[in-house]
Design a binder for this molecule. Structure first.
Ligand code: ZN
Length: 111
């Protein structure tokens, strides 16, 4: 693997639903923090399987979103996801600082 590849792949992915990082070392597809591919416009709603319609999301967040648009999620649902994922990340010893969390919450409109 070239050095360039390594630095590219070390860029952490972010879940487009809860805004928190997707740990790259979780390889069990059933794990709640596993990085899935979410269709921004669900296929059930006519979304295409194109790159621009695909975004990374935790399994937990992807399942909660289901066949909806991220914008259709209720405030309480996003807040719940954010808190659950934060807790799961901590249980994996992946620390998100208070400031990082606050920044994300502000971006998601939770603050
Ligand atoms: Zn997420």
């Amino acid at each position: 693997m070239s050095g360039k590849m390594t630095s590219l792949s070390s860029t952490p992915k972010t879940c487009h639903i809860c805004g928190l990082p997707i740990p790259r070392d979780i390889v069990t597809p059933t794990h709640f923090l596993y990085g899935t591919v979410d269709h921004v416009i669900p296929k059930a709603r006519g979304g295409l399987n194109q790159r621009k319609n695909r975004q990374a999301a935790h399994r937990l967040c992807n399942e909660m979103k289901g066949n909806r648009l991220a914008a259709d999620l209720r405030y309480s649902e996003i807040r719940q996801l954010h808190l659950e994922v934060l807790e799961l990340l901590r249980s994996q010893r992946i620390m998100v600082t208070h400031k990082q969390s606050a920044d994300i919450q502000q971006k998601l409109g939770l603050l």
